[in-house]
Every structure is written in C-alpha cells, then in structure tokens.
Write a protein that binds this ligand. Sequence first.
Ligand SMILES: *[C@@H]1O[C@H](CO)[C@@H](O)[C@H](O)[C@H]1NC(C)=O
Ligand SMILES: *[C@@H]1O[C@H](CO)[C@@H](O)[C@H](O)[C@H]1NC(C)=O
Ligand SMILES: CC(=O)N[C@H]1CO[C@H](CO)[C@@H](O)[C@@H]1O
Length: 341
Amino acid sequence: MRLFLLSVLATGLIGAGLCDAQAVGTISTDRVPDDLNGSNFTYPFPVHVFNFVGQNQALEMAFMDVKPTCKPNGKTAVLLHGKNFCGATWTTTIRVLAGKGYRVIAPDQVGFCKSRKPVDYQFSLRQLAWNTRGLLDSLNVGNVTVIGHSFGGMLTTMFGLQYPETVDELVLVDAVGMEDYTQKGVPYISIDQSRDQEASSTYQSIKSYEQQFYYVGQWDEDYDTWVRMLVNIYYGSQREAYIHCQAKIVDLVLTQPIAQYFDDLKPRTLIIVGNKDRTAIGAQWAPPAVAEKLGRFDLLGPEVSARIPKGDLISFPNEGHAPQISVPVEFHEALLGWLSN
Ligand SMILES: *[C@@H]1O[C@H](CO)[C@@H](O)[C@H](O)[C@H]1NC(C)=O
Ligand SMILES: *[C@@H]1O[C@H](CO)[C@@H](O)[C@H](O)[C@H]1NC(C)=O
Ligand SMILES: CC(=O)N[C@H]1CO[C@H](CO)[C@@H](O)[C@@H]1O
C-alpha cells in the first residue's frame, strides 16, 4: 500500500511566501527487504519508507512509526539517533513513551542505517532537519517533542532553531556540538582523512570506543547488540557509500558548529548529560593540551542549559555518553518527570 499524503501544515515560512519549507514526498508502508540500504539489522517495529527527491536525486528515509499503547495523549515524539546508533537503538524509549500515550516516530537520517546513502550529497544540519520535517508533514504530524542523542542532539537543536513553531519540547541527550570543536583547537581533517578513519572501523574498535566513552569502562552483554548493528552496516552491502557519508558527517560537525545558537533556542528544552561523558569530535587527533579541555559534559551541561531561555538540566553523576542505555530505569523516569503531560 502506498499512501500519498499532501502537507497541510501551515508554517510561518509558508506565511512568509515560500511554498515548501520542508521536503515533500510520499510514504510507503510496503514490507521492506531485510537488507534495506545496507543494514540488515532487524528493527523492533515495522519499518516504513519516506520517498522524496533531494539534491536532484531520489532519496529514502527509513523510519518506525509506533502508535500509543495506552490512551493517546495527542502528542508525537520524534527520536533522533546519534552517529553510531540507529532509530532501533531507541527501542526502550519508544516503548516507554508509547506506554505514556505518545505516538513515536524514530527515523534513520539520510546517510545512516536503513536510509539511502547518497555519495553526491551536501550534508548539513539544516538539510537533515528539512528532511525530517518533511517526513513529519507527510505523516500529517504537526507539533512534536524532539528527543535527540549525541549527533542527534545536535540535529535536534537545529530542528528547534529551524522549526520552533512546530516544537512542543526538546530533549538533548549527551548532545555533540555543545562546544565548537575547531574553535577550541581541534585541527580540521579532510573528508578523505575521515573516510580512511571510517574505513578502519572494526567490531573491536567500535566496542572499545563505546566501552570507554558510552559506558565509562563498563561492559554489559546487552551493549553488544548496538556494536553489531553498526558493524553490520560498516561491512554491509553499502559499505563504501556508508563510510563516505559518515566522513561527511564528521566534516559537518567540524564545519557547522551550533554552539553559538543556544541562546536563540525558543522551545522548552531539557539537557541530559552523563557527567563522566568525555565525547568530543576530534579529541582523538587533537594535541593533548587541546583534547583534555574538550568533552567536559559535567561543565557543558550547566553552561549550555543556562544559556537556553527555557532550559533545564538533568545530570547523571556516574554515567557516560548513553545514559538511556546504561541506566534505562533512572533515565526514563527522569525524562517522563520532565516532559509535560
Ligand atoms: C545480516 O548479514 C550478516 C552478514 O552477511 C549475516 O551474518 C546475518 O545473519 C544477517 N542478519 C540478518 C538479520 O539477516
Ligand atoms: C505548536 O507549538 C507552538 C510552539 O510551541 C505553539 O505555539 C502552538 O500552540 C502549538 N500548537 C498546537 C496545536 O499545540
Ligand atoms: C541504493 C539503494 O539500495 N537504495 C534503496 C534504499 O531503499 C529503498 C526502499 O526499499 C529502495 O527503493 C532503494 O533502491
């Protein structure tokens, strides 16, 4: 079954005279192949596809769209994954929010996971926000609560800046980009150099990285699922296109800082951090004196939440980069406690 839904949302930009302020496309709910655009990882809910044209080529964004499992509260939550994760990593959060009455939409961004990996594509936060807003319009979704982790937190910030009139609330979980890495001294590396780094990723290198940064040295067998999900793409049927896209994402983070914009973020916003998170793009190749000052989420959390007009902070003293996975009970309790109902 193919549904052709036209956008009916009147945004401020449309009022200002632009016809389309977001991607325009159609939704396909056909059964997708196990190996979809280079990822054959099995997702916890059915995967649908948003088809649209972008930068002169056909594109597809895979997403899950989960109905409330109790009395609907009329709200929609959009969960944005990080660079090393996919929509599927939100499984627990999807269940928790659907159980509170939210409709939950978890997309894979273009260039990631089960979505198209275009080699000739100019990746920007604004373009990815544009694509995501277009997906929501095609699903007839108006206002959203956007929750983003890591790189997805950076994208969530841009979504809030670009479409404030369609945002109920924002949650940034250990967001990348709360500081400007190159301004703080990270040397720029080219897309080709990033590509070589991406190409050298292995099960062991991904596991070691996640163990150190995501879980503060701890390891639980359950974490292995998310390493395997990623390795499956790195060594999957779209390997070359994937590592090329991921190198462009690293370039995006280095060249499109958002740290200067937090004062302009209008929606009510929650910053969640693990105080032991030390994630910083470029810390691995920066001089040690630069690297040691980066990724101080214990300092960035208070600093950035204070700059957001309606900003709040919840910090987990002993957690790293992924509290939604390392302390799921405490994380979801804190999240639900903050969200308006
Ligand atoms: C995915 O592909 C890998 C490598 O070819 C294979 O070992 C695995 O069984 C596949 N998984 C699924 C769910 O199809
Ligand atoms: C949508 O969000 C905007 C901005 O937060 C708010 O002004 C508006 O009332 C919301 N619309 C609905 C239908 O909730
Ligand atoms: C390059 C590629 O394989 N793209 C596929 C991504 O998934 C969509 C939806 O199944 C296909 O139509 C594309 O051909």
